[in-house]
Each structure stands twice: as C-alpha cells, then as structure tokens.
Design a protein around this ligand. Structure first.
Ligand SMILES: *[C@@H]1O[C@H](CO)[C@@H](O)[C@H](O)[C@H]1NC(C)=O
Ligand SMILES: *[C@@H]1O[C@H](CO)[C@@H](O)[C@H](O)[C@H]1NC(C)=O
Ligand SMILES: *[C@@H]1O[C@H](CO)[C@@H](O)[C@H](O)[C@H]1NC(C)=O
Ligand SMILES: *[C@@H]1O[C@H](CO)[C@@H](O)[C@H](O)[C@H]1NC(C)=O
Ligand SMILES: *[C@@H]1O[C@H](CO)[C@@H](O)[C@H](O)[C@H]1NC(C)=O
Ligand SMILES: *[C@@H]1O[C@H](CO)[C@@H](O)[C@H](O)[C@H]1NC(C)=O
Length: 477
C-alpha cells in the first residue's frame, strides 16, 4: 500500500469515510496470527467435509488449512481452531467423546473441551448437530463459556460441544448467523457467533473482518476482526455485493464475471456470471467442469477420479503466468506457483496436484488456492466483500478500524455496475457453465464427464508407494 494511493483514496472518499483512515493509538480491532498446517491430502479433506446442506459429496469440506489458537473456559482449556468462512458455529470436541478419549486419539492437536472442568460453563440447549455428506460430523450441546482469543476475553460465547463426533477438528465458523446449525437445522433463533458478538460487545465497531492468508510458501497469515491492514495488499480495495440465495444473505457468494490467463483478461471466458463461494475452509478451488477440463488440458494435468485430483508436473510451479479472476472488473491474479500443491512424495520426489477441481453440480468454490492471492474483507453488516491483490510476505503493518455504516471499510470504493444477483440454486446446485473460449483439446466438448482417470504406476496395487500412502492417509477420518 503506497501512501500516494492512500492519499488518492482519501480524496475519493467522502469526508466521513476519510475519517476512517485516521489510525487510533489503540484501534478497536482484534488481530490474530493464523498458521497454515500441512494437509497431506487436501482433496480428500475437501471431499469429506463439505456441509450437507450446501454441497454434494465430492466436494466438501469444513476443514481448513488455517488455524488460530484460542481457549475456552475457566481455567482456560486450549484449542486450535480452524478458521472457516464457510460455516458459522464455533465448536470443539468433548474430551469425553469416544473419538477423543480413545487411545491414540486424533483430538490432541485440536484440543478438547470439558464442561465439568470449567467454572464458567453454562448449558444452552442440545441442538448442536453438524453433519457432513460422508456421514461424519458431531452432535451434542450448545453451551456458553468464556473465550480467550487474540488477547481478549469474551464472556458468554455460545459454541457447540461434540459429545458424539467423528471429526477431530475444532472449528471457528465466522459466517452469517443464519447459517448456524441451531438455525438451519433446529429452526431456533440465531445467536451471536464470534464476529457478531465482538460487534455487539463493542470490541469492534461492526461485524466485519479481513483475512490475509499469505503465500503458499509462508506458514502464517492473519485475521483481523474489525479492521483492515492496508500494508497487506496492493492498490485499493474494491467493494462487491454479496449474492443472496433465495433472497437471503447466507454465504459469501460473489459473481465471477470473467477469467483469463497470463494477464489476458477474459481469455478463458467473458460476459458470463458464475456465482462463487469464498471459503477459507476449502483447500482447493472448484470451478465449472467445462472450464476445468480446458485448464487441465492446457496444464497437461491428469485427472484421477479415484483420488478426485488432477496430477501435474511439479515444474509447472516454476512457469511464469497466472490465472486471472475478474469480478465485475476487479481482477485478482493467481500466480502459477500458488496453483501447484505438493501432495506427497514418491521415492523422495514431490508429487504435485493442481489446486483446481471440478465443481460438478455444486456452487463453485474459491478456496485457499485462490484466497492466498487476495486480501479479502468480509463485511457482514453491509453484505459486501472488499477485494484487493494481496501483498505477499508483507512485513509492515498499518491497521485501520472498520467503522459501522455503509462506507465503513477504509480505503475501499464501490464497483460501478457490479453484478449483484445471480441465480444460486438450492443445495448449492448450479446449472451450466461459461462458454470457454480457450482452445485446448476437449475444451469445447459438450459432455459433462471429466477426463478419464489416467493410471499412475505409483498409485497402483497395494498403495505401497509413499505418495499414494500419504494421499490415502486421511480416508479413515
Ligand atoms: C499456537 O500455540 C502453539 C503452542 O503454544 C504455538 O506453537 C503456535 O505457534 C501458536 N500458533 C499461532 C498461530 O499463534
Ligand atoms: C459432569 O460430571 C458428571 C459426574 O461425573 C456427569 O454425570 C456429567 O455428565 C458431566 N457433565 C458434562 C457436561 O460433561
Ligand atoms: C444428528 O443428525 C443426523 C442427521 O440428521 C442424525 O442421523 C443423528 O442421529 C443426529 N445426532 C444426534 C446425536 O442427534
Ligand atoms: C514469501 O516468503 C517465503 C518464505 O520465506 C518464500 O519462500 C516465498 O518465495 C516468498 N514469496 C514471495 C512472493 O516473495
Ligand atoms: C459483453 O457485454 C458487453 C456489455 O453488455 C457487450 O458490449 C459486449 O459486446 C459483450 N462481449 C462479448 C464478447 O459478448
Ligand atoms: C519468467 O519471467 C522472468 C522475468 O520476466 C524471466 O527472467 C524468466 O526467464 C521467466 N521464466 C520462464 C520459465 O519463462
């Protein structure tokens, strides 16, 4: 963020908004470092974890690569929570659950919660029940307790306790409250989830936060509740409307209006509108099948349907070039090296997959392989997303508060004629896909089938190879 840009931004904004750029000595924000964890098979994880309500089997996830430290209760019980913009409840496994109390339990990394060990525990109801398409999930009680998080103490935070669980992770869902389990499954009223409670309590001015995931090669990023760090992106933030589903703002869906490659705007498709879900809980991005087929062909990626992944030469990461995503004229470029993920090793050599999968009948998802290249402000009060190209490895920091009101996001301007409505089908289903203008073989084919699985010698019998072993490692979740 250069000062000249800031000055220009200030001129463009109204006087009220310009005031937003004044930095207080102790801004009302909560800044929290987040850490990326190496997920060995992101595809399998994505597939296992998507919420039943929104997505089909092959693409799910609630799992995220990014986690933050927090604790619940008095005295504090430490948790490692995955930051998830695609869900809305905080939940942790009960220490007493069969999953977590068994020998060699997988829960140790994420931590667990024991109601009986906390003097500030309060029971709320027994409506907590989150489930995933593959049948895994967690169910139990909702409770309230004190959350310690980002140096703050937040009393009376409602969260779920998984007494019965088949998922070892603790999740911090920070989406719209209407998407809470107690609302969309039990039909109860919404409760203030973390960002809403921070706003209600005055810890932050408004229900809005920024997420900076940083480079694939960097292990930390940050989440800033109630603020924007103008050093973490280049250019200026552009505000785009969130798309409603059946008239309701429920998820972070925006309209992708064109895509290009290597700086050639619109070279893949133009003048089409694809609703895309911004989901930090998804490792990969999932795009329309015809587009994905064309990209696989251009990158010589070999799709393996049994793995649900497209394998590429790891050298692709060293190529210059980018995939350029445009949202009503706002473009985020994802460099090639952010799209190639080392999924495992075979005889000491890396095995790589492309961070792009086919969306099938589900809503397209822009997960971490996209989000790392963007600085994203989620403004739940105004139902807007503000986007800018990320500044990888930024070391400086300049935190500005987000104010309440319609112009509260600092250094952000609206996008003229931004697409604000697209049909998003129930259950996340969508029809068709954009017309692909790229020429790779098969790009114009009409069938919906993905490229046929290509046999990989090292994925063969017995899966004894290290790469395959690693790739299969999470199937037992
Ligand atoms: C979380 O806590 C662990 C253990 O104290 C520490 O190693 C790690 O760096 C912390 N992570 C973050 C993101 O603060
Ligand atoms: C607390 O401990 C009691 C006695 O061991 C047990 O019956 C009860 O289920 C526990 N409560 C919770 C919320 O774990
Ligand atoms: C949670 O919901 C699932 C799916 O509706 C149901 O099968 C399961 O019995 C529920 N679990 C509990 C503990 O209520
Ligand atoms: C960011 O830092 C990491 C770790 O030092 C480095 O590997 C990577 O190349 C850097 N990325 C950029 C875009 O400079
Ligand atoms: C895209 O839409 C604009 C405005 O509606 C129109 O002027 C233009 O010709 C369209 N381009 C293509 C390639 O369809
Ligand atoms: C990528 O671009 C850089 C700088 O423009 C150039 O030095 C390098 O040779 C290019 N690499 C490839 C593989 O094209």
């Amino acid at each position: 963020m250069k000062s000249s840009t800031l000055a220009l931004a200030a001129q463009l904004l109204s006087s009220v908004a310009a005031f937003n750029l004044v930095q207080r000595e102790n801004p009302r924000v909560l800044n929290l470092d987040i850490q990326r964890r190496h997920v060995i098979n992101p595809v399998a994880r994505d597939r296992l974890r998507r919420r039943q309500k929104t997505v089909q089997e092959t693409l799910d996830n609630l799992e995220t690569l990014y986690f933050a430290n927090a604790s619940l209760g008095t005295p504090e019980q430490k948790l490692r929570l995955h930051i998830d913009t695609g869900s809305s409840d905080l939940w942790a496994n009960a220490a007493s659950s069969q999953l977590c109390s068994s020998r060699g339990s997988q829960c140790a990394d994420s931590g667990t919660y024991d109601a009986n060990s906390s003097s500030t525990y309060e029971f709320v109801n027994s409506a907590f029940n989150i489930s995933y398409v593959d049948g895994s999930g967690a169910a139990g009680d909702y409770a309230k307790d004190t959350l310690h998080f980002g140096g703050q103490e937040i009393k009376g935070m409602q969260f779920g306790i998984g007494y019965v669980s088949s998922s070892p992770e603790g999740i911090l869902g920070i989406g719209y409250t209407i998407n809470e389990v107690q609302v969309n499954r039990a039909g109860l009223k919404a409760y203030p989830n973390l960002p809403q409670l921070l706003a209600d309590n005055g810890n932050i001015n408004t229900n809005a936060y920024s997420l900076w995931l940083n480079d694939l090669d960097a292990s930390t990023g940050s989440i800033l509740f109630g603020g924007v760090d103008t050093e973490k992106y280049t250019g200026q933030l552009s505000k785009l409307p969130i798309i409603r589903e059946q008239g309701v703002y429920a998820e972070f869906i925006i309209a992708l209006t064109s895509m290009g490659m290597n700086g050639k705007a619109g070279s893949l498709f133009n003048n089409d509108t694809v609703p895309v879900l911004l989901d930090s809980g998804s490792s990969l991005m999932y795009l329309p099948d015809n587009l994905v087929r064309s990209l696989y062909s251009q990158f010589s990626a070999q799709y393996d349907s049994t793995q649900g992944a497209a394998f590429v030469d790891c050298g692709l990461a060293d190529q210059n070039g980018s995939l350029d995503f445009s949202f009503s004229g706002v473009t985020i470029s994802v460099p090639m090296n952010e799209l190639v993920i080392v999924a495992g090793y075979q005889r000491g050599k890396p095995v790589c997959i492309l961070g792009i999968g086919p969306a099938g009948d589900s809503t397209c998802v822009l997960g971490d392989t996209f989000l790392r290249s963007a600085y994203v402000v989620y403004d739940l009060e105004n139902n807007q997303i503000a986007l800018a190209q990320t500044n990888f490895n930024a070391t400086k920091t300049s935190i500005q508060e987000i104010q309440s009101g319609s112009n509260g996001v600092p250094d952000a301007s609206g996008v003229a004629n931004a697409v604000s409505s697209v049909a998003v089908g129930t259950g996340g289903a969508r029809n068709g896909g954009p017309q692909i203008s790229a020429t790779g073989a098969g790009a114009q084919s009409t069938g919906a089938a993905m490229p046929v699985a290509t046999p990989h010698p090292w994925l063969g019998a017995g899966a004894v190879v290290a790469g395959a072993g690693l790739l299969m490692g999470f199937n037992g979740l």
